[in-house]
Every structure is written in structure tokens, then in C-alpha cells.
Write a protein that binds this ligand. Sequence first.
Ligand SMILES: [Zn+2]
Length: 71
Amino acid sequence: MAGEIDVVQKCGVCNEQVGSFSVKQENMMLSSRARVWCPSCQDNTPELRELAGRVESIQREVDSLPPAGSS
Ligand SMILES: [Zn+2]
């Protein structure tokens, strides 16, 4: 699996993970204007993409911060 990376798809509204996929590094696009179905929001929401390997450290930072812009 050399050159392949895992990308996590998240809901742009509630930040819930809604899916993931592997992609060749040269084909990676982290900026997406796609919309994904979020079961939590019950809506099609703007897709966020993150590198899977980074998610844990980001999650830890997020957990230690109060929620922002959750209105
Ligand atoms: Zn959502």
C-alpha cells in the first residue's frame, strides 16, 4: 500500500465521521465541495476531509477545548 493514505470524511456541520477511504497520495484532494449524508444531522452537509493519521491528535486537542461556533 505504498503511497496510499487514509482520508476521513466528516460532516462539516457536526464534525461526525461519516466515512473514510484510501487514495493514492498523488490523487489526494483534501479540499472538497462535495456534500455527504450525515446521519446525525439528517441532512446533506458540506464534506470535511482529514488525513486519518492526524485525526487522533486533532481529536485530542478538540476534546480539551470548549465547543466553538456550535450554534
Ligand atoms: Zn452532521
